[in-house]
Every structure is written in structure tokens, then in C-alpha cells.
Design a protein around this ligand. Structure first.
Ligand SMILES: *Cc1c(COP(=O)(O)O)cnc(C)c1O
Length: 365
């Protein structure tokens, strides 16, 4: 077999939609409105409806969405915010950028999402919020976190960068927290043609602050009432995102079908990371775990199958944090053993069959 199976195929965003994209671009160009126009307003309405939350704000990136979302909830210097070390660095970086102190707690081995017991043990009198990361589109047991946050009077924030289209007990992820963030980076399930993100909240006071924060602290009357940021989602990106939104459900269905085929093939042979019962994941990534990860990855690469490791280094082992000398056994083991297999919606059954065959061949060696 000489065919190559790429992990992502970001360029295919335009496949079959190139004419639509050009029409979007012409429409925005003709309008002369490039910032804060009808495309952004339309996208925000459509996203809010999809997630089932009253207020949505397009911003520059998923990272900005976390920073602005936490700030809008009043998180800042003097506060502690608990989150997971098994995430993209942006989650922890965003907490740092609000002026709050990130407090890491280990993940649960079954989900690789934040462990509710470890999270509860990390609460101090200074803790103000918990940032959950819905890793690969999965969530842990949300009921546990909702109860913990209620009992200890903490704010729940969802980093849903990977989880657009996922549900917990049939309700969309991103609709449980005091606020939630999404990313539309080109490799995410809903892709912009560059950086883009959004933050959603059911809370009218937080919504008012968000509208100001992304626009230099400007209020509706044009006065500047707080220090803000420049974090606006351009009309062109908003138009492209609106164009992609109607296809999200079909893409998610395809990802779920691919996950089910992997699950069936690997049952009893390969350790598969599964969402918690109650979570219907959008399957942003599909992950298996094996101590032979590096050997398996090389075996697949030699045969043209591209894979990925999310994440090879837990955040607390990155140089920027390593001095703290933290240890989280479950996150470290996951970083050694995790392997992400291709699950893009364009992956053909025949391509997936080859990936499956090669994985099984390698583990049986
Ligand atoms: C992608 C991602 C982010 C950051 O989003 P950007 O749009 O790249 O800034 C944050 N958290 C998680 C979990 C992500 O996957």
C-alpha cells in the first residue's frame, strides 16, 4: 500500500464550497462592512441557538474566548482557578492572563478529563472557578462538577474548544457553565479560515461585560467604561463560519460513525478512550492508549498513516511551568500512551479499514 492517509485535511474545507466561499467574500467586500456587521450578528444568533444559550460573542480566537469569558465573570488577581494539566496550553495560559492563579488537579484515568475528586481536594478559600476542558469532545461526569460548584460556591467555565456538537444527557456542552468558550481554528470541528473563537453565557450581566471587553471596554453609548481588549471576529470569518454551520451536524454524524467502526474493530484488543456514560461526544479526536505508543506510531507512519499525540507533554511539564515541580500520575501516563487516529469526516471507509488493519497487525506482533 503506497497511499498516504493524512490526519487532517484542512485544505478540503473549500472542497465543493469554493464557489460559496467566493460568493461570501464578494458579499462582504461589496458591503464595505468588515468589522461588527450583519455577518457577525447572524453568526452569533445561529451559534447561540445551536448551543442553547442566550448570548454568544465572536472573538479573535478560542484563547481570547477563555480570557474574556473568565474576566466577564469577574475572575482576576487574587483568585484561584482549578483546571486540568492534560489540555492544550491555551487553557492554562488564559487563566494566567486574567491575573488569576491556575491550580492544576489530575485527570480521571477513564476519561482523561479533570477528576472530580482531585478537583474537590484542590479547592481552597481562594478558589473562584473551575475550568473544565471537554477533551476530544468528551466530558467527565458533569453532575459531579455542577454539584461541587453549587456546594462550594464556585463558577463553572467550560473550555468547549473541542466540543461543539457534543451533549451531556442530551443537552449541548457549552450550555452548563456560567460561560463557555469555543475555538474555530482550522483543525477544529467548525473551521474558520484562520483564527476565530466565541464565548457564550446565559448570564445577562456577563454578556454586557463581554460586549465591552472585546471592544476596548466600550459601552453602548460609546464611552469606555473598563479596560478591555481588541478581540473582534471579522465579518469575513463570520461569513465563512455561517457557511460551514449547516454542515456541522452531518460532519458530526460522520465522525460518530467512524468512531463506532473503530470501537467495534478494537473491542477487546486495544484500549480505547471512551466518553463518560451520558456524554454523546462530537468526536473531535479518537484516541487509543498503549504503552507501545511510539512503536505503533512509527509502524503506522512507515505505512503512510499519519497520527497525532494530544498531548505528548502535560502542561505542568512544559518549561514555562516545570519549575513548580508538579506531578500528576494519570496525566503523565496519558501523555506517554495516547495516540490519536484519523477521524476527519472526509476519511473514507476504505482508508479507515487500512488504519484498523495496521493497528491490529502491530498490536498482535
Ligand atoms: C484549540 C484549543 C484552545 C485554543 O483555541 P485557539 O482558537 O487556538 O486560540 C483552547 N483550549 C482547547 C482545549 C483547545 O483545543
Amino acid at each position: 500500500m503506497s497511499s498516504r492517509i493524512p490526519f487532517y485535511d484542512v485544505a478540503r474545507i473549500a472542497d465543493g464550497r469554493a464557489d460559496d466561499r467566493c460568493a461570501d467574500l464578494r458579499r462582504v467586500l461589496a458591503s464595505g462592512r468588515f468589522v461588527f456587521g450583519p455577518e457577525l450578528a447572524g453568526f452569533e444568533r445561529e451559534l447561540a441557538r445551536l448551543v442553547g444559550v442566550e448570548h454568544a460573542f465572536g472573538v479573535k480566537s478560542g484563547t481570547d474566548a477563555i480570557i474574556l469569558g473568565l474576566e466577564a465573570l469577574g475572575i482576576g488577581p487574587g483568585d484561584e482557578v482549578i483546571t486540568t494539566p492534560f489540555t492544550y496550553i491555551a487553557t492554562v495560559e488564559a487563566i494566567v492572563r486574567t491575573g488569576a492563579v491556575p491550580v492544576l488537579a489530575d485527570v480521571a484515568p477513564a476519561t482523561l478529563c479533570l477528576d472530580p475528586d482531585a478537583c474537590a481536594a484542590a479547592v481552597t478559600p481562594r478558589t473562584r472557578a473551575v475550568v473544565l476542558v471537554h477533551l476530544f469532545g468528551h466530558c467527565g461526569n458533569l453532575d459531579r462538577f455542577l454539584a461541587l460548584c453549587r456546594e462550594r460556591d464556585l463558577l463553572l467555565f467550560e473550555d468547549a474548544a473541542q466540543a461543539l456538537g457534543s451533549t451531556w444527557q442530551d443537552r449541548p456542552l457549552g450550555s452548563f457553565g456560567a460561560a463557555a468558550s469555543f475555538s474555530f481554528y482550522p483543525t477544529k470541528n467548525l473551521a474558520a479560515l484562520g483564527d476565530a473563537g466565541a464565548v457564550v453565557t446565559p448570564n445577562p450581566a456577563a454578556a454586557e461585560r463581554l460586549a465591552q471587553l472585546r471592544r476596548h471596554g466600550r459601552d453602548d453609548s460609546g464611552r469606555h467604561v473598563r479596560w478591555g481588549w481588541n478581540s473582534r471576529l471579522d465579518e469575513i470569518q463570520a461569513a465563512f463560519l455561517r457557511r460551514a454551520l449547516p454542515g456541522l451536524a452531518a460532519d458530526t454524524a460522520r465522525r460518530r460513525a467512524l468512531a463506532a467502526r473503530y470501537d467495534a474493530a478494537f473491542d477487546g484488543v486495544v484500549t480505547v478512550l471512551q466518553p463518560a456514560p451520558g456524554c454523546d461526544s462530537c468526536r473531535h479526536q479518537y484516541a487509543i492508549l498503549t504503552p507501545e505508543r511510539d512503536r505503533l506510531r512509527a509502524f503506522l507512519a512507515e505505512r503512510g498513516v499519519e497520527t497525532a499525540c494530544y498531548y505528548p507533554t502535560p502542561v505542568h511539564r512544559e518549561p514555562v511551568l516545570a519549575r513548580a515541580g508538579l506531578t500528576f500520575r494519570n496525566a503523565e501516563r496519558a501523555a506517554r500512551e495516547i495516540l490519536n487516529l484519523p477521524i476527519r469526516p472526509s476519511l473514507a471507509d476504505t482508508e479507515q479499514d487500512l488504519v484498523i488493519e495496521l493497528v491490529l497487525e502491530s498490536v498482535r506482533e
